[in-house]
Design a protein around this ligand. Structure first.
Ligand code: ADP
Ligand code: MG
Length: 505
């Protein structure tokens, strides 16, 4: 069969690839052709150069990389776990903690796959519990659109705002970490908290005022404080501990003694600070203005110095009493209106006043005889009348009665000295009679027994007795006038130095 070759028509788009030669059925059946086709199929079809280099290893390499990454991930996870444990151990329960965060192997898996048991891991730079700051509502009063409108009355926003406003409460009001906990306070709760906060502030201001005021009341004004500070600074006192008593005319402090001019000061002392407010002293003028020992100076002194005179008077009286071995505080130092003396008591606890101590009847009787003897000593040996003697100014210490508070004590020749003695006797007699001491003398007997005078006790008892006392005082006064105060026989001369003028006055 002839095969005619037909020329292909020219294509306007260029040369057309020649058609594969068609083959006859015999060709198809030919073994040679079959072999040729097989060879053609074996030729590689891709042209990747790497595939050429490692044609058969590519899938295995990918697995290794994956494996390495997984191992690294596992290692990092364990490292982080260990770091967490160490951080926890390091910080313990301390409120201030140190973060090991920077040493952590940060991994993507951490963000996507944090498990429950990692809750205690806390990034200190970002507190997940810290709530968002409350949103501020724009002036128009709402945010959002349509269904999503949030007005300024939105409960959640309001609650957060209220919590944030607690920050503005006074610093002493502990508001806790409400903001940190995303606490939402209702208006009602917030308002009552605010009200409570204001009333607390007002209350504490009142307390403060009262404290300030009472400090002034206690005579511890800046001048006094400076004096006290100087005593500590000079080493006379080691420290001033606290107030034992606040009276109308003085404040008494407990302090620990140091040393004075290389002499040790008693370990426990008191500072009796005479008040520099004059009101209380006005009505006590009579004790000092007519005391011949001070009469010259009294008229020349200004009120502040008169108060110092009281402290000085107490010091002189105590010195006299000490000489007569009357149980009373030892004088340590006088500095202006502050008198430092030994402490009657032990371990910061002052000895109780006679009025406060409950004694057996035997001890009460003994106490009466002690007081009788003390009064006699005071009058006869010290030439003094206490002038404020009562169960308030007698302490019970080491089984003995101690006399204190002798600032106002006067000599019996004082124009009212015997009247003062009579008053003292009445206080003592009444107290012991009330305490059931049958031996306690009547006021008249006591007066005569102390003074050595023999004023008769008549029918009209007190009136007559008082008349006699006043007559005696008058006679005494005339005597003083006639002979001049300088020649007045003072039975006890304590040779105390006169009041030194102060450098700062
Ligand atoms: P006031 O003139 O204010 O009555 P006091 O001298 O009586 O002053 O002291 C007031 C209180 O202070 C006393 O009742 C006593 O409790 C205490 N007190 C005073 N001096 C001493 C002291 N030396 N030792 C212990 N306590 C004292
Ligand atoms: Mg007193």
């Amino acid at each position: 069969m002839d095969q005619s070759v037909v020329e292909a028509p020219k294509s306007p788009w260029g040369p057309v690839a020649p058609e594969p030669p068609s083959c006859s059925l015999t060709d198809v059946m030919s073994e040679q052709l079959a072999k040729q086709l097989e060879d053609e199929n074996k030729t590689p079809t891709f042209t990747d150069p790497s595939a050429d280099l490692f044609p058969s290893d590519s899938s295995e390499t990918t697995s290794d990389l994956m494996l390495a990454k997984m191992l690294q991930m596992q290692f990092d996870k364990e490292f982080d776990d260990q770091l967490r444990r160490e951080e926890k151990k390091f910080n313990g329960d301390s409120k201030v903690s140190i973060s090991f965060e920077n040493y952590r192997m940060v991994h993507p898996y951490e963000d996507s796959d944090s498990s429950e048991d990692e809750v205690d891991w806390q990034d200190t730079r970002h507190d997940p519990y810290r709530a968002e700051k409350p949103q501020t509502t724009p002036r128009k009063g709402f945010t959002g659109k349509g269904k999503n409108i949030t007005t300024k009355h939105d409960a959640v926003n309001c609650g957060r705002k209220n919590t944030a406003r607690m920050d503005k409460f006074a610093p002493e009001v502990l508001v806790g970490d409400g903001l940190g906990m995303d606490l939402k306070l209702s208006n009602q709760v917030f308002n009552s908290l605010k009200q409570h906060c204001h009333s607390e502030q007002r209350r504490s201001a009142r307390l403060h005022e009262k404290k300030e005021h009472s400090t002034a009341e206690q005579a511890v004004d800046p001048r006094t404080r400076l004096l006290m500070y100087k005593m500590v600074n000079a080493g006379v006192l080691e420290n001033i501990n606290g107030c034992i008593s606040t009276g109308k005319e003085s404040v008494v402090f407990h302090a620990n003694g140091g040393s004075l001019e290389e002499e040790p000061v008693p370990d426990e002392v008191v500072l009796k600070v005479y008040k520099t407010t004059l009101n209380e002293f006005r009505n006590r003028d009579r004790y000092i203005k007519d005391d011949y020992r001070f009469i010259d100076r009294f008229s020349k002194l200004n009120p502040r110095k008169i108060i110092r005179l009281w402290a000085e008077k107490e010091m002189h009286n105590l010195t006299r009493m000490k000489k007569a071995e009357i149980p009373c505080p030892d004088v340590v130092l006088l500095k202006k209106h502050i008198l430092v003396m030994s402490f009657i008591g032990k371990d910061h606890v002052p000895a109780p006043k006679l009025k406060d101590v409950l004694l057996s009847s035997e001890d009460t009787k003994g106490a009466f005889y002690q007081v009788l003897h003390l009064m006699q000593q005071l009058y006869q040996e010290c030439n003094l009348v206490h002038a404020d003697l009562s169960e308030y100014n007698m302490l019970w210490h080491e089984g003995k009665v101690w006399l204190i508070d002798v600032g106002q004590a006067v000599e019996p020749s004082h124009p009212h000295g015997l009247e003062f003695l009579f008053r003292d006797c009445r206080n003592v007699s009444t107290f012991f009679q009330k305490r059931g001491v049958s031996e306690a003398m009547s006021v008249f007997e006591l007066f005569n027994s102390v003074s050595g005078l023999n004023i008769p006790v008549g029918e009209e008892e007190e009136a007559e007795f008082m008349a006699e006392i006043v007559a005696l005082e008058k006679r005494n006064e005339d005597h003083v006038q006639r002979r001049g105060k300088k020649s007045f026989p003072a039975r006890c001369d304590d040779n105390d130095p006169p009041l030194q003028p102060d450098s700062d006055d």
